[in-house]
Design a protein around this ligand. Structure first.
Ligand code: FES
Ligand code: FES
Length: 213
């Protein structure tokens, strides 16, 4: 690891990491990715982190029972990110438009920014952090993204992956057009759609080949 800026590498004044390492970090656990979107949600932050007392509840996230002190107006995205430390679920618009916050609730994709946490107490929530196998091997869709390098900044990546995982459960052998339609609730601000779709199609192919645990 060096501190120089090298061609083909991502870096500024911070230690340089390869693009592949960066992408993999986001895929597995949602490593920190900056977004201007965070700057415009002051009202939301105040609304959700105010002094109103919360209530201790238990929710099932990635197969674990997790306890959190949750306010009645608190969204699942907020709880995941700020109470449970699962920052792989991204907040883009915070208003059900971009899909960055997509998680699975009982295998169905939902915008976590638009689900109140106290309503999912008896449901199974799956986030990007829960996709890889216990031995560290990636989910086929994650593997497809690693192989095809389909994203630019990767902020939208967790949402696209979660939507794809859900879609492929019902249609494991989609055409490119069908998969595009299946993830049409997700937006990419880098507008990298063609490469994203190639990566997701590769993920579907890997899943069909059974090259995963
Ligand atoms: S952050 Fe939830 S849809 Fe955009
Ligand atoms: S928002 Fe940058 S790759 Fe999608």
């Amino acid at each position: 690891m060096s501190h120089a800026i090298e061609p083909g590498k991502i870096g500024s004044v911070l230690p340089v990491i390869s693009r592949r390492d960066f992408i993999k970090g986001v895929i597995v656990g949602g490593a920190a990715v900056s977004s201007a979107g965070y700057l415009f949600r002051a009202s939301t932050l105040l609304a959700q982190s105010g002094s109103v007392a919360g209530r201790l509840i238990t929710i099932n996230v990635n197969g674990q029972q997790r306890r959190a002190d949750v306010m009645k107006q608190e969204t699942l995205a907020w709880t995941l990110r700020h109470k449970l430390g699962l920052t792989g679920t991204k907040l883009g618009c915070d208003r059900a438009e971009c899909g960055s916050c997509t998680v699975l609730i009982d295998d169905v994709p939902h915008y976590a920014c638009s689900v109140l946490t106290h309503t999912v107490r008896n449901r199974k929530i799956l986030t990007i952090e829960g996709l890889a196998n216990a031995d560290g091997s990636l989910h086929p869709v994650q593997q497809g993204v690693v192989e095809e390098q389909g994203f630019q900044c990767a902020f939208c990546m967790p949402g696209f992956i979660m939507s794809s995982v859900a879609f492929l459960k019902s249609n494991p052998n989609p055409t490119r057009a069908e998969l595009a339609n299946g993830v049409s609730g997700n937006l990419c601000r880098c507008q990298d759609y063609d490469k994203i779709l190639t990566a997701l199609m590769r993920g579907a192919e890997i899943a069909r080949e059974g090259n995963h645990a």
